[in-house]
Every structure is written in structure tokens, then in C-alpha cells.
Design a protein around this ligand. Structure first.
Ligand code: PGA
Length: 252
């Protein structure tokens, strides 16, 4: 099984309004069209910009995703967004279980798994985020924590087409700190082994594993060259087109 085609995904988080969002998406689109990238590109703007960004990148090799969805397809859930709505707005992907959702919205593994099923039913690819805190790493529990998150957050029946896993150590997000290449390699090998064990050598080997947490143009080449790293989930650096495209250009 050849390694999955890399994916460089930008998580804009709660940033962007009509004008700057359009500018950013337009610049990424122009770069993608001009440069024949060695990876797939994905932009995950806030909900208010999903449709506009989808319109801007239409026809370019750039996909659009949401940053969360509800586990139900519709209903009385004020303030929530359902997976079919994201699909309807032009999204093909959705980030689920980001550590900021787990931390600030108390999302559990079971909730993330239910959301992933909703995403699959709507035809979206789920990017499920896992990762240990600094204390958990120091205590030597990083693999145990990530293993439990994988077991609980990834629903049964996942395939390489509908699931991407993002390993994002909580302590590396937005801090400018990254794990060593050896630590990233070890964790990605661990995640790959768990996925192969659970979903078989075909699907399990085909699922993309992204690294996330302080990925920048200056460290992208190193991180993206680590075995079993099939791309990156980029936060802060995805808000600058030049930086984001430089990360995509660093894909080996
Ligand atoms: P960061 O965020 O690149 O700003 O560290 C990554 C993420 O939270 O997905």
C-alpha cells in the first residue's frame, strides 16, 4: 500500500471575516492553481465563512471543512451546526474533537465518535484530533492517553476515505513548541499500528495521519519528512497565505 497522499489543512479557528477570509482563500487558491502541489489542501474557516470560502476555491484543488458539527442531522439545538449543513455549504471535511473543543466544551470521546458518525452519514471526511497534555507526557502516559482517545473517538467501520487522524500534542498547540522528530515518529507509528489493528492493513494503512501543533514554514520540512506523517493540521500559521503555502510547498 503506497503512503497516503499528504494533506495540509488550515484550521482558522475563530478568526476571519468576509474580507480577510476571502483574501486568504483567494491567495491559497491562486497558489494551488499555479504550483501543482504534492499534497491536498484544505481550509477550515469558521462556520460563517464556509460557504463563501467554498465558492472562492471552487474549481481549484482546495477543499473546505468545518471545525465541528453536531451528532444529530437536525433538530432543536440552538447554536449548533449539523453535518448535512456543512455539506450543503460546500464542505467536504470536518475537524472533530480538537483539544480546544475537548477542553472548553468538555467534549468526550463518545461525543466525538457520535459526531464522526454524523459526518460520515453526511458524506464528510472527519479529521479526529487526539493528543496528550504536557503532564501526561511527562508522566509517560502519552501513548496510553492517545490510545484511549483513538479507541473512544474513532467510530467502528471507519475507512481511509472518511477518516483522518490528527495527532496534536496539547502542549504544542499555539505555543511555538514541538515534539522531537523521534517523539512524533514514535507516536505516529503507534497510531498507525492501532489503526491497522482495528481497521485492517488496507483501510488502516490508508488513513492519513496529520501532525498538528506549532507547524510553521520553518519547521514544516522536518516534521513532514517524519515517517507516517501524512500532512499537517495548521492553526496560527494558516492565517497567513504565504506561510500556509510555504508549509504545503515543504511536503516531500
Ligand atoms: P497551531 O494550532 O498551529 O496554532 O499550534 C494547531 C491546531 O490547533 O490545530
Amino acid at each position: 500500500m503506497p503512503a497516503p497522499r499528504p494533506l495540509i489543512a488550515g484550521n482558522w479557528k475563530m478568526n476571519g471575516r468576509t474580507e480577510d477570509g476571502a483574501k486568504l482563500a483567494g491567495a491559497v487558491r491562486a497558489w494551488a492553481q499555479a504550483n501543482n502541489p504534492r499534497c491536498d489542501l484544505l481550509l477550515c474557516p469558521p462556520f460563517t465563512l464556509v460557504q463563501a470560502v467554498a465558492h472562492i476555491v471552487l474549481g481549484a484543488p482546495v477543499a473546505v471543512g468545518g471545525q465541528d458539527c453536531h451528532a444529530e442531522a437536525a433538530g432543536a439545538y440552538t447554536g449548533d451546526i449539523a453535518a448535512p449543513m456543512l455539506r450543503d455549504a460546500g464542505a467536504s471535511h470536518v475537524i472533530l474533537g480538537h483539544s480546544e473543543r475537548r477542553q472548553y466544551h468538555k467534549e468526550t470521546d463518545a461525543e466525538v465518535a457520535a459526531k464522526a458518525l454524523a459526518a460520515r452519514a453526511a458524506g464528510l471526511t472527519a479529521i479526529i484530533c487526539v493528543g496528550e497534555t504536557e503532564a501526561e507526557r511527562v508522566e509517560g502516559r502519552a501513548e496510553a492517553v492517545v490510545g484511549a482517545q483513538l479507541a473512544g473517538s474513532v467510530p467502528d467501520g471507519a475507512t481511509a476515505a472518511d477518516l483522518v487522524v490528527a495527532y496534536e500534542p496539547v502542549w504544542a498547540i499555539g505555543t511555538g513548541r514541538t515534539p522531537t522528530e523521534a517523539d512524533v515518529a514514535a507516536m505516529h507509528a503507534f497510531i498507525r499500528a492501532r489503526l491497522v489493528e482495528r481497521f485492517g492493513p488496507g483501510e488502516g494503512a490508508g488513513m492519513r495521519l496529520l501532525y498538528g501543533g506549532s507547524v510553521k514554514a520553518t519547521n514544516a520540512q522536518t516534521l513532514l519528512a517524519v515517517p507516517e506523517v501524512n500532512g499537517a493540521l495548521v492553526g496560527g500559521a494558516s492565517l497567513k497565505a504565504e506561510e500556509f503555502c510555504a508549509i504545503a510547498a515543504a511536503v516531500p
